[in-house]
Design a protein around this ligand. Structure first.
Ligand code: HSE
Length: 440
């Protein structure tokens, strides 16, 4: 049986999951693939980790050279995270003749072009299924199972932490901060959870998915990003009352005039296929011009699901399958032209707006006038009495609109926020309908 030498770099939450999976499923993997995956080195500079898991002696090292200089180590797994040190480590591994498996979405979203070019220059490949959607075989589906399609759109829930927070807040009426603590404890959140909740992690994943789906070099800085920090339990209650679920969506659409990419919370109908994706689960709806709507669903975060994708990538590297598609297919940032991005102001959507207002005469008239002046048509208005613990004279007003242009909506909100009866910034959430199959 052929042995494949692995060097693991960075042994945090996910790294430990990889070590555990390689041990637990060694026989299953060997029987299925004819490969014996041998973890030869675990490079971890934090020595307190060395005693936290059991490995044969001598496997832990703080010196990357032990991996770089070992001719028996064929595949390096980069789990350091971040875009600086990790980038240099990836380039060193490639130059040393290792294929690289990584879960590092930030690195590939921001420096992907450079990393892929470095791999080509070294005659190696980079495999990165675990960077998007944890254990869901999303990238391999785009690269293989769906390769015969022109991909027209993707709609995804790709951050387990945000989805877990929104689900728990909506279903169990829990406070945002409490649920975030749980997400950290369960290993869903990034070391810096700000990247989860402010939408950046979702945007990293969207950039990677979109580059492959739309064959485009995506400039990450051009993706409009909104997170979930401003969402209150009351927004989730209104959503439910109106028949919606609130999800943080990654949206990518290809039109004749360019590609539209964006990350923002969205109200989606309770019957929408993504509405029942709860907790740490992720799902991506892909719309291909032959397959139609294809929904890929599974656990998007956590050590074991992520390790499932990482070990699959190690096997793809070891068999040479990864290298063949890396070289032949034109799916990566360094192989494609810069994307023509459609500005967000040009998109049309329906909207939910929640304003905190002074409970006094003429408030509603002032707000609706601002919408009316911009030809924005309202579809529902809800005002509840003030909560028992809220200041008596301040109440939330929730409004949904018919289709409107993003630019007009932004102007309207700016004007509304200038009214002296408004006591806090408005919360504005797009209402997103199910994408039509075979639309483009
Ligand atoms: N922090 C990420 C999430 C982990 O919550 O989805 C998986 O990329």
């Amino acid at each position: 049986m052929r042995s494949v030498g692995i060097g693991l770099i960075g042994c945090g939450t996910i790294g430990k999951g990889v070590v555990e999976l390689l041990t637990r499923n060694a026989e299953t993997i060997a029987r299925k693939t004819g490969l014996r995956l041998e973890l030869r080195h675990v490079c971890e500079i934090n020595r307190s980790v060395w005693n936290s898991i059991t490995l044969p002696s001598g496997r832990f090292t703080a010196d990357l050279n032990d991996i770089l200089n070992d001719p028996e180590t064929n595949v390096a797994i980069e789990l350091i995270g971040g875009t600086t040190v990790a980038g240099e480590v990836v380039k060193q591994c490639l130059a040393a003749g290792k294929d690289v498996v990584t879960a590092n979405k930030a690195l590939l979203a921001i420096r992907g072009k450079e990393m892929f070019a470095a791999a080509r220059a070294a005659g190696q490949c980079i495999v990165f299924e675990a960077s998007v959607g944890g254990g869901i075989p999303l990238l391999s589906s785009l690269r293989e199972g769906l390769i015969a399609n022109r991909i027209d759109a993707l709609f995804g829930i790709v951050n387990g932490t945000c989805n877990y927070i929104l689900s728990e807040m909506a279903t169990h009426n829990r406070a945002y901060a409490d649920v975030l603590e749980d997400a950290k404890r369960l290993g869903y959140a990034e070391p810096d959870p700000t990247l989860d909740v402010n939408g950046t992690d979702t945007a990293h994943k969207l950039a990677i998915l979109a580059a492959m789906a739309f064959q485009a070099d995506i400039d990450f800085a051009t993706i409009p990003i909104e997170g979930i920090q401003a969402i209150d339990r009351m927004d989730l209650h209104v959503a439910r009352e109106l028949g919606y679920a609130c999800k943080l969506l990654a949206i990518g659409e290809r039109n004749d005039d360019g590609i539209s990419l964006r990350v923002h919370p969205a109200f989606i109908r309770a019957t929408h296929p993504l509405a029942s994706v709860s907790g740490p689960f992720n799902a991506v709806s892909v719309y291909g011009n032959a397959v139609g709507h294809c929904l890929l669903y599974g656990r998007g975060a956590g050590p074991a699901p992520t390790a499932s994708a990482i070990v699959a990538d190690v096997i793809a590297a070891a068999t040479g399958n990864a290298r063949r598609t890396f070289e032949q297919f034109q799916l990566l940032q360094d192989q494609n032209e810069p994307a023509i991005m459609k500005p967000i102001d040009a998109i049309q959507s329906r909207y939910y707006v929640r304003a905190m207002v002074k409970d006094q005469p003429n408030v509603m008239a002032q707000i609706t006038r601002i919408f009316g002046e911009r030809a924005i048509s309202l579809s529902a208005i809800t005002q509840h009495e003030a909560e028992a613990d809220a200041p008596q004279d301040i109440v939330p007003v929730a409004i949904t609109t018919h289709m409107a242009r993003e630019g007009a909506m932004r102007e309207a909100i700016k004007e509304i926020e200038k009214l002296d009866v408004i006591t806090a910034p408005c919360v504005c959430i797009r209402v997103v309908a199910e994408h039509e199959e075979f639309k483009a």
